[in-house]
Design a protein. Structure first.
Length: 373
Protein backbone atom coordinates (compact mmCIF):
# COMPACT_ATOMS: atom_id res chain seq x y z
CA UNK A 1 0.00 0.00 0.00
CA UNK A 2 1.41 3.39 -0.98
CA UNK A 3 1.80 6.15 1.62
CA UNK A 4 -0.95 8.80 1.69
CA UNK A 5 -0.19 11.92 -0.29
CA UNK A 6 1.28 14.64 1.91
CA UNK A 7 -0.52 17.95 2.47
CA UNK A 8 1.23 20.70 0.54
CA UNK A 9 1.39 23.66 2.90
CA UNK A 10 2.83 27.14 2.37
CA UNK A 11 4.05 28.91 5.51
CA UNK A 12 3.92 32.65 4.78
CA UNK A 13 5.95 34.91 7.07
CA UNK A 14 7.77 38.23 7.33
CA UNK A 15 5.87 41.14 5.81
CA UNK A 16 6.18 44.92 5.83
CA UNK A 17 4.93 45.63 9.34
CA UNK A 18 6.93 46.52 12.43
CA UNK A 19 6.48 42.88 13.48
CA UNK A 20 8.43 41.46 10.53
CA UNK A 21 11.15 39.90 12.67
CA UNK A 22 8.71 38.48 15.21
CA UNK A 23 6.94 36.75 12.33
CA UNK A 24 10.19 35.03 11.33
CA UNK A 25 10.52 33.60 14.85
CA UNK A 26 6.91 32.42 14.73
CA UNK A 27 7.57 30.71 11.39
CA UNK A 28 10.55 28.87 12.89
CA UNK A 29 8.39 27.63 15.74
CA UNK A 30 5.62 26.42 13.44
CA UNK A 31 8.06 24.65 11.10
CA UNK A 32 9.40 22.63 14.01
CA UNK A 33 5.93 21.27 14.72
CA UNK A 34 5.05 19.85 11.29
CA UNK A 35 5.12 16.08 10.92
CA UNK A 36 7.19 15.47 7.75
CA UNK A 37 5.26 12.28 7.04
CA UNK A 38 2.03 14.29 6.78
CA UNK A 39 3.15 17.65 5.41
CA UNK A 40 5.41 18.93 2.70
CA UNK A 41 6.26 22.49 3.71
CA UNK A 42 7.08 25.34 1.35
CA UNK A 43 8.31 28.66 2.73
CA UNK A 44 7.27 32.09 1.47
CA UNK A 45 9.10 34.95 3.14
CA UNK A 46 7.84 38.45 2.38
CA UNK A 47 10.67 40.94 2.76
CA UNK A 48 10.35 44.45 4.15
CA UNK A 49 9.91 45.86 0.65
CA UNK A 50 6.95 43.54 0.05
CA UNK A 51 8.75 41.15 -2.32
CA UNK A 52 7.82 37.48 -1.95
CA UNK A 53 10.81 35.15 -1.51
CA UNK A 54 11.08 31.36 -1.74
CA UNK A 55 12.50 29.62 1.37
CA UNK A 56 13.37 26.02 2.16
CA UNK A 57 11.93 24.58 5.35
CA UNK A 58 15.34 24.03 6.94
CA UNK A 59 16.24 27.69 6.39
CA UNK A 60 13.16 28.78 8.31
CA UNK A 61 13.80 26.33 11.15
CA UNK A 62 17.21 27.96 11.65
CA UNK A 63 15.75 31.39 12.52
CA UNK A 64 16.61 32.42 16.09
CA UNK A 65 17.57 35.39 18.25
CA UNK A 66 21.34 35.85 18.11
CA UNK A 67 23.14 38.44 20.27
CA UNK A 68 19.85 40.29 20.76
CA UNK A 69 19.19 40.48 17.00
CA UNK A 70 16.01 39.02 15.54
CA UNK A 71 15.96 37.30 12.11
CA UNK A 72 14.48 38.80 8.94
CA UNK A 73 13.68 37.79 5.37
CA UNK A 74 16.74 38.11 3.15
CA UNK A 75 16.65 39.87 -0.22
CA UNK A 76 19.03 37.32 -1.76
CA UNK A 77 16.43 34.54 -1.88
CA UNK A 78 14.68 33.76 -5.18
CA UNK A 79 11.42 35.57 -5.84
CA UNK A 80 8.18 33.66 -5.29
CA UNK A 81 4.72 33.97 -6.74
CA UNK A 82 1.34 32.33 -6.06
CA UNK A 83 -1.07 31.95 -8.96
CA UNK A 84 -4.48 30.45 -9.48
CA UNK A 85 -4.45 27.67 -12.06
CA UNK A 86 -6.97 25.18 -13.45
CA UNK A 87 -5.97 22.54 -10.90
CA UNK A 88 -5.81 24.84 -7.88
CA UNK A 89 -3.27 27.29 -6.51
CA UNK A 90 0.40 26.97 -7.39
CA UNK A 91 3.53 28.37 -5.78
CA UNK A 92 6.43 29.00 -8.15
CA UNK A 93 9.84 30.61 -8.30
CA UNK A 94 9.89 33.71 -10.49
CA UNK A 95 12.94 34.00 -12.76
CA UNK A 96 12.52 37.09 -14.89
CA UNK A 97 9.24 36.50 -16.73
CA UNK A 98 9.38 32.71 -16.28
CA UNK A 99 7.88 30.58 -13.51
CA UNK A 100 9.91 27.55 -12.41
CA UNK A 101 9.75 24.93 -9.66
CA UNK A 102 5.96 25.12 -9.58
CA UNK A 103 4.11 23.14 -6.89
CA UNK A 104 0.43 22.83 -6.03
CA UNK A 105 -0.51 24.24 -2.60
CA UNK A 106 -3.39 22.83 -0.53
CA UNK A 107 -3.40 25.31 2.35
CA UNK A 108 -1.58 28.44 3.48
CA UNK A 109 -0.43 28.98 7.05
CA UNK A 110 0.11 32.76 7.42
CA UNK A 111 2.17 33.61 10.48
CA UNK A 112 2.68 37.28 9.76
CA UNK A 113 1.74 39.76 12.44
CA UNK A 114 0.59 43.35 12.10
CA UNK A 115 -0.32 45.25 8.94
CA UNK A 116 -1.00 43.38 5.69
CA UNK A 117 -1.64 40.05 7.41
CA UNK A 118 -3.26 40.20 10.79
CA UNK A 119 -5.54 42.95 9.46
CA UNK A 120 -7.22 40.75 6.81
CA UNK A 121 -5.15 41.79 3.78
CA UNK A 122 -3.35 38.48 3.16
CA UNK A 123 -6.58 36.62 3.99
CA UNK A 124 -8.33 38.57 1.22
CA UNK A 125 -5.56 37.64 -1.18
CA UNK A 126 -5.99 33.96 -0.35
CA UNK A 127 -9.77 34.27 -0.76
CA UNK A 128 -9.33 35.70 -4.27
CA UNK A 129 -6.93 32.89 -5.17
CA UNK A 130 -9.35 30.30 -3.82
CA UNK A 131 -6.73 29.02 -1.38
CA UNK A 132 -7.73 27.65 2.00
CA UNK A 133 -5.79 29.10 4.92
CA UNK A 134 -5.27 28.80 8.66
CA UNK A 135 -6.88 31.30 10.99
CA UNK A 136 -9.47 34.02 11.05
CA UNK A 137 -11.18 35.41 7.97
CA UNK A 138 -11.05 38.88 6.45
CA UNK A 139 -13.64 40.68 8.60
CA UNK A 140 -12.65 39.16 11.95
CA UNK A 141 -8.97 39.81 11.22
CA UNK A 142 -9.61 43.44 10.25
CA UNK A 143 -11.84 44.17 13.24
CA UNK A 144 -9.52 42.35 15.62
CA UNK A 145 -6.56 44.38 14.39
CA UNK A 146 -8.26 47.75 14.88
CA UNK A 147 -8.50 48.25 18.64
CA UNK A 148 -11.27 50.85 18.29
CA UNK A 149 -13.48 48.69 16.03
CA UNK A 150 -12.67 45.64 18.17
CA UNK A 151 -13.93 47.40 21.29
CA UNK A 152 -17.08 48.50 19.51
CA UNK A 153 -17.83 44.88 18.59
CA UNK A 154 -17.12 43.71 22.12
CA UNK A 155 -19.24 46.47 23.62
CA UNK A 156 -22.19 45.39 21.46
CA UNK A 157 -21.70 41.81 22.70
CA UNK A 158 -21.70 42.91 26.35
CA UNK A 159 -18.05 42.04 26.95
CA UNK A 160 -16.56 43.92 29.96
CA UNK A 161 -13.95 46.48 28.85
CA UNK A 162 -11.66 49.13 30.27
CA UNK A 163 -12.75 52.70 29.42
CA UNK A 164 -11.05 54.13 26.32
CA UNK A 165 -10.92 57.15 24.00
CA UNK A 166 -10.29 56.97 20.26
CA UNK A 167 -8.34 59.76 18.55
CA UNK A 168 -8.64 59.78 14.76
CA UNK A 169 -6.14 61.52 12.45
CA UNK A 170 -8.66 64.25 11.66
CA UNK A 171 -9.46 64.92 15.30
CA UNK A 172 -5.77 65.27 16.19
CA UNK A 173 -5.17 67.53 13.18
CA UNK A 174 -8.11 69.85 13.79
CA UNK A 175 -8.37 69.98 17.60
CA UNK A 176 -5.34 68.66 19.42
CA UNK A 177 -6.27 70.30 22.71
CA UNK A 178 -9.80 68.95 22.45
CA UNK A 179 -8.38 65.44 22.11
CA UNK A 180 -6.27 65.89 25.22
CA UNK A 181 -9.25 67.30 27.11
CA UNK A 182 -11.42 64.32 26.14
CA UNK A 183 -8.85 61.92 27.53
CA UNK A 184 -8.40 63.90 30.75
CA UNK A 185 -12.16 64.18 31.26
CA UNK A 186 -12.98 60.52 30.54
CA UNK A 187 -10.03 58.62 32.00
CA UNK A 188 -7.89 58.62 35.10
CA UNK A 189 -4.14 58.11 35.17
CA UNK A 190 -2.16 56.04 34.49
CA UNK A 191 -3.29 55.54 30.91
CA UNK A 192 -1.88 53.51 28.04
CA UNK A 193 -1.55 55.16 24.64
CA UNK A 194 -1.57 52.72 21.71
CA UNK A 195 -1.60 52.68 17.92
CA UNK A 196 -5.10 51.53 17.00
CA UNK A 197 -3.80 49.04 14.43
CA UNK A 198 -0.59 47.63 15.79
CA UNK A 199 0.73 44.73 17.79
CA UNK A 200 3.58 43.35 19.90
CA UNK A 201 3.37 46.53 22.00
CA UNK A 202 5.16 48.58 19.31
CA UNK A 203 4.46 52.30 19.86
CA UNK A 204 2.75 51.83 23.23
CA UNK A 205 3.46 54.19 26.14
CA UNK A 206 2.41 54.19 29.78
CA UNK A 207 1.54 57.75 30.85
CA UNK A 208 1.24 58.68 34.51
CA UNK A 209 0.16 62.34 34.25
CA UNK A 210 -1.30 64.77 31.66
CA UNK A 211 2.09 66.35 30.92
CA UNK A 212 3.24 63.26 29.01
CA UNK A 213 0.06 62.61 27.05
CA UNK A 214 0.71 64.60 23.86
CA UNK A 215 4.19 63.12 23.39
CA UNK A 216 2.86 59.59 23.90
CA UNK A 217 0.17 60.20 21.29
CA UNK A 218 2.84 61.28 18.80
CA UNK A 219 4.84 58.12 19.56
CA UNK A 220 1.75 56.00 18.87
CA UNK A 221 0.98 57.98 15.71
CA UNK A 222 4.42 57.08 14.34
CA UNK A 223 3.09 53.50 14.11
CA UNK A 224 -0.51 54.36 13.16
CA UNK A 225 -2.20 57.77 12.73
CA UNK A 226 -5.27 56.42 14.55
CA UNK A 227 -4.72 56.13 18.31
CA UNK A 228 -6.59 54.82 21.31
CA UNK A 229 -6.00 55.78 24.93
CA UNK A 230 -7.03 53.26 27.57
CA UNK A 231 -7.44 53.72 31.26
CA UNK A 232 -4.83 51.75 33.16
CA UNK A 233 -6.00 49.04 35.51
CA UNK A 234 -3.92 49.28 38.68
CA UNK A 235 -3.29 46.27 40.86
CA UNK A 236 -4.65 43.87 38.24
CA UNK A 237 -3.11 40.64 36.99
CA UNK A 238 -2.42 40.28 33.25
CA UNK A 239 -4.04 37.05 32.12
CA UNK A 240 -4.19 35.51 28.66
CA UNK A 241 -6.43 32.74 27.34
CA UNK A 242 -6.25 30.81 24.08
CA UNK A 243 -9.29 29.93 22.02
CA UNK A 244 -9.32 27.12 19.46
CA UNK A 245 -12.12 26.60 16.98
CA UNK A 246 -12.51 23.38 15.02
CA UNK A 247 -15.11 22.56 12.40
CA UNK A 248 -18.40 21.25 13.75
CA UNK A 249 -17.71 22.03 17.41
CA UNK A 250 -18.05 24.98 19.76
CA UNK A 251 -14.85 27.00 20.29
CA UNK A 252 -12.81 25.82 23.24
CA UNK A 253 -10.83 27.93 25.73
CA UNK A 254 -7.44 26.89 27.08
CA UNK A 255 -6.27 27.07 30.66
CA UNK A 256 -5.25 30.71 31.19
CA UNK A 257 -1.68 31.90 31.61
CA UNK A 258 -0.30 34.89 33.50
CA UNK A 259 2.31 37.51 32.60
CA UNK A 260 4.32 38.48 35.68
CA UNK A 261 6.55 41.55 35.39
CA UNK A 262 9.48 41.71 37.77
CA UNK A 263 9.30 45.50 38.09
CA UNK A 264 6.37 47.32 39.63
CA UNK A 265 6.04 49.88 36.81
CA UNK A 266 6.85 47.55 33.91
CA UNK A 267 4.56 46.45 31.14
CA UNK A 268 4.67 43.70 28.55
CA UNK A 269 6.46 45.59 25.78
CA UNK A 270 8.22 44.34 22.63
CA UNK A 271 11.51 43.41 24.34
CA UNK A 272 9.75 41.62 27.19
CA UNK A 273 7.79 39.52 24.70
CA UNK A 274 10.56 38.45 22.39
CA UNK A 275 13.98 38.91 23.97
CA UNK A 276 14.59 36.21 26.58
CA UNK A 277 16.85 38.21 28.86
CA UNK A 278 14.06 40.61 29.76
CA UNK A 279 12.66 40.39 33.28
CA UNK A 280 9.29 38.81 32.63
CA UNK A 281 7.87 35.47 33.62
CA UNK A 282 5.08 33.55 31.92
CA UNK A 283 3.19 31.35 34.37
CA UNK A 284 1.16 28.59 32.75
CA UNK A 285 -1.35 27.74 34.01
CA UNK A 286 -2.21 30.87 35.96
CA UNK A 287 -2.89 30.37 39.66
CA UNK A 288 -6.50 31.54 39.73
CA UNK A 289 -9.53 30.44 41.74
CA UNK A 290 -11.66 28.00 39.71
CA UNK A 291 -14.54 30.46 39.38
CA UNK A 292 -12.21 33.17 38.02
CA UNK A 293 -10.66 30.72 35.56
CA UNK A 294 -14.13 29.85 34.30
CA UNK A 295 -14.99 33.54 33.99
CA UNK A 296 -11.84 34.23 31.97
CA UNK A 297 -12.55 31.29 29.67
CA UNK A 298 -16.18 32.29 29.12
CA UNK A 299 -15.19 35.87 28.28
CA UNK A 300 -12.46 34.66 25.90
CA UNK A 301 -14.97 32.53 23.99
CA UNK A 302 -17.45 35.44 23.95
CA UNK A 303 -14.78 37.68 22.37
CA UNK A 304 -13.95 35.01 19.79
CA UNK A 305 -17.60 34.65 18.83
CA UNK A 306 -18.27 38.41 18.85
CA UNK A 307 -15.72 38.84 16.05
CA UNK A 308 -16.80 35.64 14.25
CA UNK A 309 -13.27 34.24 14.54
CA UNK A 310 -12.08 30.99 13.01
CA UNK A 311 -9.25 28.66 13.95
CA UNK A 312 -7.41 30.49 16.69
CA UNK A 313 -7.22 33.62 18.80
CA UNK A 314 -5.69 34.73 22.07
CA UNK A 315 -7.68 36.98 24.39
CA UNK A 316 -5.85 39.19 26.90
CA UNK A 317 -7.67 40.30 30.04
CA UNK A 318 -7.06 41.98 33.38
CA UNK A 319 -8.19 40.21 36.54
CA UNK A 320 -8.77 42.75 39.29
CA UNK A 321 -8.22 42.09 43.00
CA UNK A 322 -11.95 41.56 43.56
CA UNK A 323 -12.08 38.91 40.81
CA UNK A 324 -13.68 41.09 38.15
CA UNK A 325 -12.43 40.48 34.62
CA UNK A 326 -12.09 43.17 31.94
CA UNK A 327 -10.83 42.61 28.41
CA UNK A 328 -7.68 44.24 27.11
CA UNK A 329 -7.66 42.93 23.51
CA UNK A 330 -7.84 39.97 21.16
CA UNK A 331 -5.02 38.72 18.95
CA UNK A 332 -6.19 36.80 15.88
CA UNK A 333 -2.69 35.59 14.96
CA UNK A 334 -0.88 34.98 18.26
CA UNK A 335 2.83 34.23 18.25
CA UNK A 336 4.27 30.70 18.23
CA UNK A 337 7.79 31.59 19.34
CA UNK A 338 9.47 29.60 22.14
CA UNK A 339 8.35 32.37 24.54
CA UNK A 340 4.76 32.60 23.30
CA UNK A 341 1.75 32.05 25.51
CA UNK A 342 -0.66 30.49 23.01
CA UNK A 343 1.04 27.10 22.52
CA UNK A 344 2.11 27.04 26.18
CA UNK A 345 -1.48 27.45 27.36
CA UNK A 346 -2.71 24.66 25.11
CA UNK A 347 0.13 22.42 26.26
CA UNK A 348 -1.08 23.00 29.83
CA UNK A 349 -4.60 22.14 28.66
CA UNK A 350 -3.49 18.83 27.18
CA UNK A 351 -2.82 19.65 23.53
CA UNK A 352 0.83 19.42 22.49
CA UNK A 353 2.28 21.77 19.92
CA UNK A 354 2.22 19.35 16.91
CA UNK A 355 -1.38 18.36 17.69
CA UNK A 356 -2.32 22.04 17.89
CA UNK A 357 -0.83 22.69 14.45
CA UNK A 358 -2.65 19.62 13.08
CA UNK A 359 -5.97 20.90 14.47
CA UNK A 360 -5.49 24.30 12.85
CA UNK A 361 -4.60 22.83 9.46
CA UNK A 362 -7.51 20.38 9.62
CA UNK A 363 -9.86 23.29 10.35
CA UNK A 364 -8.44 25.25 7.42
CA UNK A 365 -8.90 22.34 5.02
CA UNK A 366 -12.64 22.18 5.81
CA UNK A 367 -13.34 25.89 5.29
CA UNK A 368 -15.09 26.92 2.07
CA UNK A 369 -12.86 27.86 -0.86
CA UNK A 370 -13.60 29.24 -4.31
CA UNK A 371 -14.52 26.41 -6.69
CA UNK A 372 -11.87 26.19 -9.39
CA UNK A 373 -13.00 25.02 -12.81
Amino acid sequence: MSAPERIQIAVVFGGQSSEHQVSCLTAAGVLGAFDPSRYEVHGVGIDQQGVWRRYEADEIKAFRVEDGRLPSVSGDHPRAIMVRDLDGVRLATLEGDRMTESVRIDVAFPVMHGAYCEDGCIQGHFEILGLRYVGCGVASSANGMDKAFMRTCFEQAGVPLVPWVTITPGQWRDDRQGCLDRVNDALRYPVYVKPARGGSSVGISRVTDPAGLAEAIEVARSADPKVIVEQGVTGAREIECGVLGVTGAAPRASRPGEIVMHTADGFYDFDAKYLPEEQVELQVPADLPPEVTERVQAIAVACYEALDCEGLARVDVFVQPDGRVVVNEINTMPGFTPYSMYPSMWRATGIEYPDLVDALVDQALTRPATVLR
